[in-house]
Design a protein around this ligand. Structure first.
Ligand SMILES: [Zn+2]
Length: 301
C-alpha cells in the first residue's frame, strides 16, 4: 500500500514552514507549524478533501517552536483522538513553554544578552505555542508506527536537537527529517545544530538510508544560495545531505583554526574570525541564531 504525501505551507513571520499530510488509511500530519499556522490547517486539509477530525497521527520531527507550536490546537481539533508523537528527549518542548525559554538561554544567553533573549522568547512562546500537554507517544530509534497498514519507522537523528527523529514510510522511500539536513542553511545563511558530532553522524546515517524523497521543514539552500524544493527527489536529497556534510566540515575547520576569540564589539563576537573565514555576513543575532548555536556546538560537547 502506498501513501501519497502532500506538503502544506504553514507560514509564520519570516519563516517558511512546511507541514506534510501522509494520506494513509489513518491520516497523519508531520509537524504542525505554530498556533497561527495550525489555525489554517483545517482549511488546507479541506482543499485536499480531508477533515481534521480524521487525522489520527501528529508526528513531530523535533521540539522547536515552529514544528510543535500548533500541536495542542491540532490535537484538540481531532477531538484528542490523534496520537501525538515525538522523540523522547524533545518531549519537554511539548510539555512546557518555559522549556523553550530555558533552552535558548542555555544555548546562547551569554552571547546575545540574557535579558533581551528571555523577554523575546517569553513573548514568542505565548504567541506561537497553542498549549502545553503530555505527548501521547514517545518514540526512540527503531520504533515502528502503524498508520492503518502503512508502516512508519523512526530513526533517531540527533544534532539539530537532542531528540530529533526522522520518519520513514517503510518501502516507499519517503523520509521526513524536519531541520536535520540544512545544507548551507535557510534564509539566515547558516546551518543550525546543537551538537556538531551528532549532526554529522545523523547526516551519515541519512546518507546510508538514501531517501527517494526527502521532506524538509524549510527551504534550505545550496552553496550557490538557491533554495532546494521542499520535497527533494533522490538526486537532490543526496546533494542536500552532501552539502550539509560539506558545510559542517568547513565550519568545523574554521572553528579549529580561528576558534573563540576575545570578545570584541563585533556582532559576531567572540567568533568574528570564524565568520570572516566562512564569509558569513548574515545577522548573527536574528533568533534562533543558528550562527551562535552551531559555533557553541563545538565547545559544549
Ligand atoms: Zn528546528
Amino acid at each position: 500500500m502506498t501513501a501519497p504525501v502532500l506538503p502544506i505551507a504553514a507560514p509564520w513571520r519570516r519563516f517558511h514552514l512546511f507541514s506534510f499530510l501522509i494520506d494513509a488509511p489513518e491520516l497523519a500530519i508531520v509537524d504542525t507549524g505554530v498556533t497561527e499556522s495550525a489555525a489554517g490547517l483545517p482549511a488546507e486539509l479541506k482543499k485536499l478533501g480531508k477533515r481534521i477530525e480524521d487525522v489520527r497521527w501528529i508526528l513531530l520531527t523535533h521540539g522547536h517552536i515552529d514544528h510543535v507550536g500548533g500541536a495542542y490546537a491540532l490535537w484538540e481539533a481531532t477531538g484528542r483522538r490523534a496520537e501525538v508523537v515525538i522523540g523522547t528527549s524533545d518531549a519537554p518542548f511539548v510539555r512546557s513553554r518555559q522549556a523553550h525559554v530555558d533552552e535558548a538561554l542555555a544555548l546562547r544567553g551569554d552571547l546575545v544578552g540574557r535579558e533581551t533573549l528571555e523577554a523575546s522568547k517569553r513573548a514568542e512562546v505565548l504567541e506561537a505555542i497553542s498549549g502545553e500537554f503530555e505527548p501521547t507517544r514517545l518514540v526512540d530509534d527503531g520504533d515502528v508506527l502503524d498508520l492503518g497498514g502503512v508502516a512508519v519507522r523512526v530513526h533517531a537523528i540527533p544534532g539539530h536537537t537532542a531528540g530529533a527523529v526522522a520518519y520513514e514510510i517503510v518501502g516507499q522511500g519517503d523520509v521526513f527529517v524536519g531541520d536535520a539536513v540544512q545544507s548551507y542553511g535557510a534564509a539566515s545563511g547558516f546551518p543550525g545544530y546543537e551538537d556538531a558530532d551528532a549532526y554529522r553522524d545523523s547526516l551519515l546515517r541519512l546518507q546510508d538510508l538514501a531517501p527517494q524523497r526527502l521532506h524538509l521543514g524549510h527551504p534550505y539552500r545550496r552553496k550557490d544560495g538557491t533554495p532546494f524544493p521542499i520535497v527533494l527527489d533522490a538526486a537532490d536529497a543526496a546533494e542536500a545531505i552532501r552539502g550539509s556534510l560539506e558545510r559542517e566540515a568547513e565550519i568545523r575547520a574554521a572553528v579549529a583554526r580561528a576558534g573563540e576569540g576575545t570578545p570584541t564589539g563585533s556582532p559576531y563576537s567572540p567568533y568574528e574570525a570564524v565568520a570572516e573565514e566562512l564569509g558569513y555576513a548574515g545577522d548573527p543575532t536574528l533568533e534562533p541564531s543558528p550562527f551562535f548555536t552551531s559555533l557553541r556546538a563545538y565547545s559544549a560537547h
